[in-house]
Design a protein around this ligand. Sequence first.
Ligand code: SF4
Length: 315
Amino acid sequence: MLIEARKLRKYFRLGKDKQVHAVDDVTLGIADNEVVGLVGESGSGKTTFGKTLIGLYDKTGGQVVFRDRELPQRYQAEDYKRQASEIQMIFQDPYSSLNPRMTIQEIIAEGLLIRDGGSLDSVRDKVVYWLERVGLHGDHLSRYPHEFSGGQRQRVGIARALIVEPKLLVCDEPISALDVSVQAQVVKLLAELKQSLGLAMLFIAHDLSMVRYVSDRMAVMYLGSLVEVGPAESVYFAPRHPYTKMLVSSNPEPDPQHERARKDVILSGEIPSPVNLQPGCRFAGRCPLAEPRCRQETPLLRTVAANHLAACHLL
Ligand code: SF4
């Protein structure tokens, strides 16, 4: 594995005796040149997982191993600097993630200059190359972020991340702030970059059909825990866990042939609070199949098909 979270945990303290279990004992690896899509409703802990994985949050417990090296529990400034060449992140909001006072050239070159030193002029050709690689024009160098559309800004964010040639890209809801028509273009660009650069990615999103398009494997998160992990096509077209079935069913399917074949399973209720969680299956309060033991015993992830894991007592 290129990177592996082992029983990774992130809790946030809430007052004296309460804790939010945002990420709870999550074990998930990403291989070289593999895209893992992480899906779940808002509040499932997917973004917290991504940020804890790469050190933007301190870990409460567990480990993250990158290329056989354990990453720090708590990052210092020099740890981020060391890691920047290997791991980069693309953020959800292309409007606030770019400094409005910097030109596009300064934004894209920043990481490279921090790492290698040099002048803006010395890396000009490289910046132009990456601008064009993400579908923008070389003559955009002296423009400012406000002169671009949301989709173009996200392309600038991608160029900024890729100029340092990382091995892993963590994409945190990279398309959710974009118009629907632009979402597919950005996903297509990321899929093409994965192929041509051999990049590994953690692709966090809640639109399952987009995640399926770009991912090799899909992991489904509910209330801080993984409930299903498997090849993207099987998780999407043959989900095993009751929560995944509901999630897939509530997601619009762009392919009319697949849309007709789908069985509707309604996802009712809301994700409960992750504060001071009780034992048992976390989905029991919303699961139509729940049995008494579901409220007492916590189901563990186990193999339900080739390379496919799910956590449910009934499987
Ligand atoms: Fe539903 Fe029980 Fe399976 Fe949880 S363990 S998903 S409550 S059937």
